[in-house]
Design a protein around this ligand. Structure first.
Ligand code: Y39
Ligand code: FE
Ligand code: FE
Ligand code: FE
Length: 228
């Protein structure tokens, strides 16, 4: 890792080309996260204010990452990013349409947040100084977002357990495919896929265990689609 950061040239065409897609992904991801928390607030009326404040944090994150792109004179590839999130986005919307708050929380507050935490943790040590500062501030918020979903699902564990298993089965394989799709661009930024997988499994696995799944169930849940 020290070797790779030593050889990163933030101004090079090859770095900035990869950055256009990764930066697009985080900007689109933050926008979708902001939208998702507004929709979750509709389903959890008694937690509305808290959820709207999470949504505002996501909008701030988006602005921060837009500044990171401008700082490197990169145009974020938003069409690419929309396609990148399409599977999770469509599944979130399907769940929202039938008022399935458990699946909505699993997708946004567990899976996407754990994905963000892993990507940001792995990015921070290899980021340019401007983006590092921004990302350090953002990742702290993402832990709060993960914790929101974790606490709510934990408080309703008995009723939501089966639904969580099903939603995990339908959505976790998408994450492994997304990681494969971004592996080469991430490598240009000095980020290793294996490190992101490891960090994702720690955050997501810890959350599932705290929610109430046994160690054995956590293993089964997190391995879902990993080989595919
Ligand atoms: O809750 C949030 O703020 C999440 C929307 C942000 C998603 C970030 C997704 C990062 C994946 C980047 C992969 C780059 C290697
Ligand atoms: Fe949308
Ligand atoms: Fe965020
Ligand atoms: Fe978040």
């Amino acid at each position: 890792m020290v070797d790779s950061v030593a050889t990163l040239d933030f101004q090079s065409d090859i770095y900035r080309d990869a950055y256009s897609r990764i930066n697009g992904i985080v900007i689109e991801g933050e926008q979708e996260a902001a939208d998702n928390y507004i929709q979750i607030a509709e389903l959890l009326a008694d937690r509305r204010e808290e959820l709207l404040s999470l949504s505002k944090m996501e909008s701030r994150h988006k602005k921060g990452f837009e500044a990171c792109g401008r700082n490197l004179r990169v145009t974020p590839d938003l069409p690419f990013a929309k396609e990148f999130f399409k599977g999770l986005h469509d599944n979130f919307q399907k769940a929202f349409a039938v008022g399935d708050v458990v699946t909505c929380l699993l997708i946004q507050a567990l899976i996407i947040e754990a994905f963000a935490i892993s990507a940001y943790n792995i990015y921070i040590p290899v980021a340019d100084p401007f983006a590092r500062k921004i990302t350090e501030g953002v990742v702290k918020d993402e832990y709060l977002h993960l914790n929101f979903g974790q606490q709510w699902l934990k408080a309703h564990f008995v009723e939501v357990k089966d639904r969580l298993k099903q939603a995990n089965r339908e959505n976790l394989p998408l994450v492994w495919r997304m990681l494969n799709g971004v592996e080469q661009d991430a490598a240009q930024l000095g980020m290793e896929k294996a490190a992101m997988v490891e960090d994702f499994l720690i955050s997501y696995g810890d959350a599932l265990a705290d929610i109430g799944f046994t160690m054995r169930e956590v293993m089964q849940l997190t391995a879902m689609g990993l080989a595919a």
